[in-house]
Design a protein around this ligand. Structure first.
Ligand SMILES: Nc1nc2c(c(=O)[nH]1)N[C@H]1C(S)=C(S)[C@@H](COP(=O)(O)O)O[C@H]1N2
Ligand SMILES: [Mo]
Length: 386
């Protein structure tokens, strides 16, 4: 019986450990950035109990920056991962496939790393275009896979540490591989090839980054060619995720709207009564997990003033209930640090106008350093949580 698979043969050495190391470093950097910003986003959206009283409300643009970086590094990782897989794919054909238990463990960890990373980046990319095709919860699976990736990446780095160390620096004198007569004396053909491969990969990374970053980095919005969002397309200069119509917030639902506030002295206010309370103006961004963000001017009543009126002088953990009838994010929770903050408003106005229906008329939440998903629109009730 012959060997069923033949290892491909290559004239150049772009599939060598030096190339894998150079691309791997960049990919590793993108993955680490993406992971850390992802962990931040997860904890801000679903804080564990030990953290919920300590969530930072400053800097106000913190979530915007970290989530922008999350999507930018995730998108940059895609061409890097493809280049890395191309560099190492001949290793798939090593024969025999397994030589020792350690070798089997190494190959298994790589299989886990590659498949989890491919799925993670692909899921994330589809999420940026709001395409939730999965039969499972995006957030839970995206979170779990992140840990599979980090675990198998650590195993991979440990096993490859000697090889990585050996190829971290450019070799001082590599032997020319192709006809030395055709190249300048002393030139290393491997290095020349490698440099042009790297240049190509970096151009690809630069292009996907530059042409999508405008969805969160507003000065780049005019070259936002590949991203699904342009930050100022939408009513009142702000994109909309779920319209009033999609949420089922129709005229009859809004009819007779009042704000209900819980507390030792519960009360209800009409819109006119809300407008008669002290109004405050803040400039805060909406920053969506999907990677778009935009700053805006908001006007409305401080949440802390509303709570004080109900007898809660030190803020409170809140459940915020909207009039929404369809879809997620109709009910959210707000932790103490936000409810006490001067910048957290029940906003009635956006960029100098009464809130558009799609932006949450008559009232929506806007709070500093907070995921967009929790900036609840069409608010009708503030309930106090134990
Ligand atoms: N009631 C309600 N509020 C909501 C949502 C929603 O679906 N329902 N979407 C959230 C999400 S995911 C984001 S990013 C922001 C978008 O805000 P905008 O439509 O005002 O730009 O609103 C948030 N508030
Ligand atoms: Mo969002």
């Amino acid at each position: 019986m012959g060997i069923p698979l033949q290892s491909p043969r290559f004239r150049g050495r772009l599939h060598d450990p030096r190339t894998a190391t150079v691309i791997g470093r960049l990919l590793g950097l993108a993955i680490v950035l993406c992971f850390l910003t992802g962990v931040m986003s997860h904890y801000l959206q679903e804080p564990p109990t030990w953290l919920s009283g300590h969530l930072p409300t400053r800097p106000t643009w913190g979530y915007r920056a970290s989530q922008g970086l999350h999507v930018i590094s995730g998108i940059a990782a895609i061409p890097l991962l493809l280049a890395k897989l191309w560099t190492v794919y001949p290793r798939l054909f090593v024969w025999p496939p397994v030589t020792s238990p350690a070798h089997a463990a190494e190959r298994l960890s790589i299989a886990a790393l590659v498949s989890a990373t491919l799925l993670e980046l692909f899921m994330g990319l589809l999420n940026t275009v709001q395409w939730y095709v999965w039969p499972f919860s995006f957030r839970q699976v995206h979170w779990a896979l992140a840990w599979v990736i980090v675990g198998s990446l650590l195993v991979h780095l440990a096993l490859k540490a000697p090889l990585i160390a050996k190829h971290w620096k450019r070799p001082a004198s590599a032997l020319p591989l192709v006809d030395p007569a055709k190249t300048a004396p002393g030139a290393d053909v491997d290095d020349v090839d490698r440099r042009s491969l790297l240049r190509g990969v970096l151009v690809a990374v630069g292009a996907v980054t530059l042409f999508t970053a405008g969805q969160s980095v507003t000065p780049l919005k005019d070259i936002d060619l590949l991203a699904p969002r342009t930050p100022d397309i939408g009513p009142q200069g702000l994109p909309v995720n779920r319209t009033a119509k999609a949420a089922g917030v129709t005229a009859d639902v809004l009819d007779g709207w009042k704000l209900h506030v819980d507390g030792p002295h519960p009360y209800s206010l009409t819109l006119e009564e809300l407008k008669a309370m002290p109004q405050h103006r803040v400039e805060l961004p909406i920053a969506c997990v999907e990677g778009w963000s935009k700053s805006a001017h908001w006007e409305g009543v401080r949440i802390k003033d509303l709570l004080a009126r109900a007898g809660l002088r030190d803020g409170a953990r809140l459940r915020i209930v909207s009039l929404q009838r369809h879809g997620g994010y109709g009910v959210t929770e707000m932790d103490l640090p936000y409810t006490r903050d001067d910048l957290t408003l029940l906003a009635l106005r956006l960029n100098g106008e009464v809130l558009a229906p799609d932006h949450g008329y008559p009232a929506r939440i806007i709070a500093p350093n907070r995921p967009g998903a929790l900036q609840t629109k069409w608010v009708s009730k503030l309930e106090v949580l134990a």
